[in-house]
Design a protein around this ligand. Structure first.
Ligand SMILES: O=C(O)[C@@H](CO)OP(=O)(O)O
Length: 206
């Protein structure tokens, strides 16, 4: 039996383009972001992928990406579950600030720790560790059982909520995950074994 899980970060958002910390704020996709989502969907379609259910976050950019990808796959009406459990990491007080301005104000190293360390929380926000603690139980409770039943699952979510999930799926160390950068709109195809572990991972970038 096939156990298929496809993870995709949303296409470029307006605040990605403007270089602003976004977190739980809710900007739309840019024109480029729409095109990235279309391309991701088309590439999945070209490889013959189809899905039984989709998961997305409570945020517009991920939901829109999900809809666009399903449209390209000819699966517009697919049952889609939207849940804040897979929202972006909450950036707290940094949300809305420019990332270069933040580096000028607090220094390169501090901003790196807020953005890419495992357990340093941005002021008033979530560390990646906190994000793992939010995303992983949802994955285990809602997503994994469907994959294990043979449902083909698409997840359209966010840079850090997916880094949190991939850290666990790929068995990365905190050091390794600090270097993981997820491209926008690119699907990652996972196949799981009977024991729920990852058998293979493929990046669909062409
Ligand atoms: O601003 C954000 O919410 C995220 C993703 O765009 O940024 P970062 O690259 O710092 O994790």
């Amino acid at each position: 039996m096939e156990r298929l899980l496809v993870l995709a970060r949303h296409g470029q958002s307006d605040w990605n383009k403007k270089n602003l910390f976004t977190g739980w704020k809710d900007p739309e996709l840019t024109e480029l972001g729409v095109e990235e989502a279309q391309l991701g969907g088309r590439r999945l379609k070209a490889r013959g992928y189809q899905f039984d259910v989709a998961f997305t976050s409570a945020l517009t950019r991920a939901q829109h990406t999900c809809r666009i990808m399903l449209g390209e796959l000819g699966q517009e009406g697919l049952p889609t579950i939207a849940d804040a459990a897979i929202n972006e990491r909450d950036y707290g007080d940094l949300a809305g600030l420019n990332k270069d301005d933040a580096r000028a104000r607090w220094g390169e190293e501090q901003v790196f720790l807020w953005r890419r360390s495992y357990d340093v929380q941005p002021p008033g926000g979530e560390s990646l560790k906190d994000t793992v603690a939010r995303v992983l139980p949802y994955y285990i409770r809602e997503i994994l059982p469907r994959v294990m039943r043979g449902e083909r699952v698409l997840v359209a979510a966010h840079g850090n909520s997916l880094r949190a999930l991939m850290m666990v799926l790929d068995g990365m160390t905190t050091e390794e995950v600090s270097k993981l950068e997820l491209p926008t709109g690119i699907p990652f195809v996972y196949r799981l074994g009977e024991d729920t572990r990852v058998i293979s991972k493929e990046t669909i970038d062409q």
